[in-house]
Structures are given as structure tokens and as C-alpha cells.
Design a protein around this ligand. Structure first.
Ligand SMILES: [Zn+2]
Length: 161
């Protein structure tokens, strides 16, 4: 095996959670959250090193070390597999949608409500957030804001004004 110091590597890993669980890297990490491992004067991503040790060969530069657990600091080989760039990109997109889509929505909702409370009109809020009147109405109604709209019905969305 290409000279990886296994003892030094595993000293930096918390394996206390057990076999099937995440094994977080305890030493320095990159800014993006991946573990950093010094190997013969080079700084390397710890999860790639863990996968290489498990495979018994170095990873090709085009090969990605994919996490099945979304825990970037995790170096449990059971959570790591080799992927090609296409699969990696598809995975990242899928996870991004799942993880960030609902967060973004909740964030926008809250900001729409705040803008409305601050006195912005339906028209202004819809334009600002790129949403339709019906959607804005549903959000404001849930927030208890429709009753305070002067001259508007509480029971039905208005399409003008
Ligand atoms: Zn994991």
C-alpha cells in the first residue's frame, strides 16, 4: 500500500460510535468540512485516504470519494465509495435540492411576512420574491395578516391591487 501511515491516520479518528456509524475526523479540517491529513509533505482529504486504504490502491484524480452519509468529516470506509464526476454532480444536485429547497422556501416565507408586516403591498412583495398573488395570499393568511388588509376580503384571494 502506497506508504499511508495507518496508525497515524486512525489516531485522528473517533470510531467510538461503532461499525455502522459515522467516524468523524478529529484533526484539522478543510474550510469545506473535509478532514485534512498530512502525508509525506502533502495535505490530502482524509476521506479519500480512508477510501484508498480500504480499496488498497490510490484513487485516480478523476475518481471521487463519495459519502453515503453526507457527513464530510466522516472517514468510515463503510460510508465511502468511488464515484465518477457525473454521478458526483448528480448526487450533489439531488442532495442540494432536498437539503436547501425547503430551507430556502421557509426563509423566503419569513421574509415575505416581514415585508408585509412592514407595510409592503401584495404587489410589491410578489414582485420582490417572484411569487404569484395566490401563493402570497396563502402565506399571509397563515401568518394572520390578511385581516389587516384594508378593503380586502378575508375569504378569497384578490387578483388585482
Ligand atoms: Zn459517515
Amino acid at each position: 500500500m502506497h506508504g499511508i501511515d495507518r496508525t497515524r491516520f486512525w489516531e485522528k479518528v473517533d470510531r467510538s460510535a461503532g461499525d455502522g456509524k459515522c467516524w468523524p475526523w478529529q484533526a484539522a479540517t478543510f474550510e469545506d468540512g473535509y478532514g485534512a491529513f498530512w502525508e509525506r509533505g502533502r495535505i490530502r482529504r482524509a476521506h479519500r485516504v480512508a477510501l484508498e486504504m480500504n480499496l488498497g490502491r490510490p484513487l485516480d484524480r478523476k475518481e471521487f470519494a463519495l459519502h453515503s452519509c453526507d457527513e464530510r468529516a466522516c472517514v468510515n470506509p463503510a460510508h465511502l465509495s468511488v464515484g465518477d464526476p457525473q454521478r458526483n454532480a448528480a448526487d450533489a444536485r439531488r442532495r442540494g435540492r432536498l437539503a436547501n429547497g425547503s430551507d430556502q422556501l421557509a426563509f423566503d416565507r419569513q421574509r415575505m411576512i416581514e415585508r408585509r408586516r412592514a407595510g409592503a403591498s401584495y404587489k410589491e412583495v410578489c414582485k420582490e420574491f417572484g411569487v404569484g398573488r395566490q401563493w402570497a395570499y396563502v402565506i399571509f393568511k397563515e401568518a394572520g395578516l390578511t385581516a389587516s388588509v384594508p378593503g380586502r376580503s378575508q375569504s378569497a384571494p384578490r387578483v388585482n391591487g
